[in-house]
Structure formats: C-alpha cells, structure tokens
Design a protein around this ligand. Structure first.
Ligand code: HEC
Length: 100
C-alpha cells in the first residue's frame, strides 16, 4: 500500500526538467544552440558544461538570467532579451543542472 502511494511521486519528480527542456524548445533556443549549433552559438551541451560550475550557488540562476536578458554591448539576441525574468531563470537553472 505504501509503495502504491509513492509511485505517483516518482512519476512526477522528473517533470520540472522535462518542462524546462520543452520551454527551451518553445522559446526557440535550439534553433541556434542545437546540434550543430548555428554560427558562433555554443551548443546546449556546451552551455550546460560551462554552467555546471555554478551548481550549488543559490543566486546563480537569477544573476545569469539578468545577464542573458540584458544582452551584450554588441550582441543583441532577441530570443535572449524577450524571455520573461521567470522563464529565463528557469532555463538558467535547467542549464546549470545539465540541460536534461
Ligand atoms: C539567434 C540565435 C540564438 C538563439 C535563438 C538563442 N541564442 Fe543563446 N546565444 C547565441 C549566441 C550567438 C551566443 C554566444 C554569444 C553571446 O554570448 O552573446 C549565445 C549565448 C548563450 C548563453 C551564454 C551566455 C553567456 O555569456 O554565458 C546562454 C546561457 C544562452 N545563449 C541561452 C539561450 C537560451 C536559453 C535560449 C532560448 C531562449 C537562447 N540562448 C536562444 C545565439 C542564440
């Protein structure tokens, strides 16, 4: 009976990561960060590898999201800048956790 009650929890647990992958898909991230990546964009796996160093830093997703949305001085990427703060933070957290 106990195991029966736990089963739904096990099914729900992976959902946040899947939802984030879907969000990345919906927001067009893979059109540049797919395999092969477009022009000078790093691939999603590359980004995740870079961002793995932020694991365990509670404010990293928020700070990285602010940075991405603000854009560079010369590189304005609409797909980055039009993300809502909440979506962007979700995606940064997802990247830090390995983009699975
Ligand atoms: C039009 C192409 C394009 C799209 C679409 C795009 N990106 Fe990017 N992205 C780039 C390029 C080019 C770079 C590398 C240059 C730069 O950092 O500005 C980059 C860099 C990044 C970086 C690294 C920034 C840093 O300085 O560490 C992250 C994180 C990122 N993109 C996430 C995303 C996410 C999430 C999405 C989907 C919402 C997305 N990108 C959509 C082109 C794109």
């Amino acid at each position: 009976m106990r195991a029966f009650l736990l089963l739904p929890l096990l099914l729900i647990a992976p959902l946040p990561a899947q939802a984030s992958a879907q969000l990345a898909l919906d927001r067009g991230c893979y059109s540049c960060h797919g395999e092969p990546p477009r022009r000078n964009a790093p691939g999603m796996a590359q980004l995740a590898a870079d961002y793995a160093r932020y694991r365990g830093q509670a404010d990293a997703p928020r700070l990285l999201a602010e940075k991405l949305r603000a854009g560079g001085l010369f590189a304005h990427i609409a797909a980055h800048e039009r993300l809502s703060p909440a979506d962007c933070e979700t995606l940064m957290r997802w990247l830090i956790e390995g983009a699975k």
